[in-house]
Design a protein around this ligand. Structure first.
Ligand code: HEM
Length: 154
């Protein structure tokens, strides 16, 4: 596997791990195993943060990958990608709010928002894997330059 694929593969892996931990954490909350729920959700949040660190360092150091499939499919791919990015951003904001509500013991609001956050995070993970499959498995991705190269005209 070359460097262009390594980082996206690791970051996609962490989204999936995070979504699985959130699913287990939700189940623990339903079973009222609340201390285990708390630990599982913190682990899910750490996996999400690892995803974000790997994703953003790759964007800065290696660059983003262009669509490598047929031009006719490019608009659909970009609409799907934007949908995924919007979901991921909403999930991040909701996730932080859900954690804060949990730590502040505002459990009624935490419970309501937690359900929405979890569902959005599941869809984010599924669409994230779909983006990965479209970009690296179905079609070979086109390569772009790292942001630093563009900034410093390397
Ligand atoms: C982003 C991370 C988290 C998510 C997505 C989340 C999600 C949820 C969900 C969906 C429920 C409701 C389960 C149901 O009845 O369907 C819940 C309940 C609960 N969560 Fe979390 N949770 C998170 C983090 C935390 C943390 C860090 C704490 C503690 C500091 C916590 C404490 C609780 C408690 C005590 C309940 C039970 C509330 C009640 O039924 O009154 N959660 N959580």
């Amino acid at each position: 596997m070359d460097l262009y694929m390594l980082f996206p593969t690791i970051s996609t892996f962490f989204i999936v791990v995070s979504a699985i931990l959130v699913a287990i954490g939700w189940n623990l909350a339903i079973k009222r195993r609340l201390e285990a729920h708390k630990k599982m959700m913190i682990a899910g949040a750490i996996a999400a943060i690892l995803f974000f660190i790997i994703y953003s360092s790759r964007t800065l150091l290696v660059g983003n990958t262009d669509w490598g499939g047929p031009d006719s499919l490019a608009p659909y791919y970009y609409v799907f990608l934007i949908f995924h990015i919007i979901l991921a951003t909403v999930a991040a904001v909701f996730g932080i709010t859900t954690l804060v509500l949990g730590f502040k013991e505002k459990y009624a609001r935490h419970r309501r928002l937690g359900r929405v956050t979890s569902v959005i995070w599941f869809i984010t993970a599924i669409t994230g894997v779909a983006v990965y499959v479209m970009l690296y498995i179905l079609y070979p991705g086109g390569h772009t330059k790292p942001v630093f190269d563009i900034l410093f005209r390397l």
